[in-house]
Design a protein around this ligand. Sequence first.
Ligand code: PGA
Length: 252
Amino acid sequence: MKKLMAANWKMFKTRDEAVTTARKLVELVSGKLPDDREVLVFPPSTCLHGVAEVFESAEGFSAGGQNFYPASEGAFTGELSPEMLKDSGAKYGLTGHSERRHILRETDDFVGDKTTFGLKKGLRIVLCVGETLDERKGNKVEEALERQMRQGLKDVPTETAPEDISIAYEPVWAIGTGEVAGPKEIEEAHAFVRKTLISYFGEKASDIRILYGGSVKPANCGEIIALDNVDGVLVGGASLDGESFSEIVLAD
Ligand code: PGA
């Protein structure tokens, strides 16, 4: 299984800035990317086409859409379909990010609708799950993860190929705060996610990638990526700069 080194650019960058960063990243990483790693960037939708074009000739790089609506077309003002993301060059789609859950008020159920629909339309999906600080303090980490995974995967066919679905464990209190979960917290959560995946998908769940996200940076990525059941990272702030993200991608 290839480790998935993913960047989430959130609502940052104009088209020029995105293409310049994508080119820089390819320049810094090309020829050095280990065979067992893959690079994925989620730019804003307005930059998706430009970034995907840069990655077309770069082996091991792909682009994804940060958001989509679970329908192919229709009267959904402001939304984009999975087909539209694919038409702009996306291979992946992101669902369940905590900012969409908490700021845009997406429910567990809606996240499940998006995950299933995106997969059905041929996007590989990275489904984010993670507990809030209150849930961690109240010893409810597993309860929160179990609920988000049960709802997030509710209609996902069990015959889905393992490389088409990944889970990103992102503790909400570690996102954009500079506070990283400790190795023990990460390994415990990832082991629980693996166990839950096995109960859903059976043995092939050992080939489903589980990413860690939350204040990953060049200085801590090597340690995190070496932990048990960590099959990649999802990086926000430290992915915006090409040099910084290239160090993360190549970290050992
Ligand atoms: P961060 O964001 O790396 O800035 O903490 C991670 C994410 O939101 O995916």
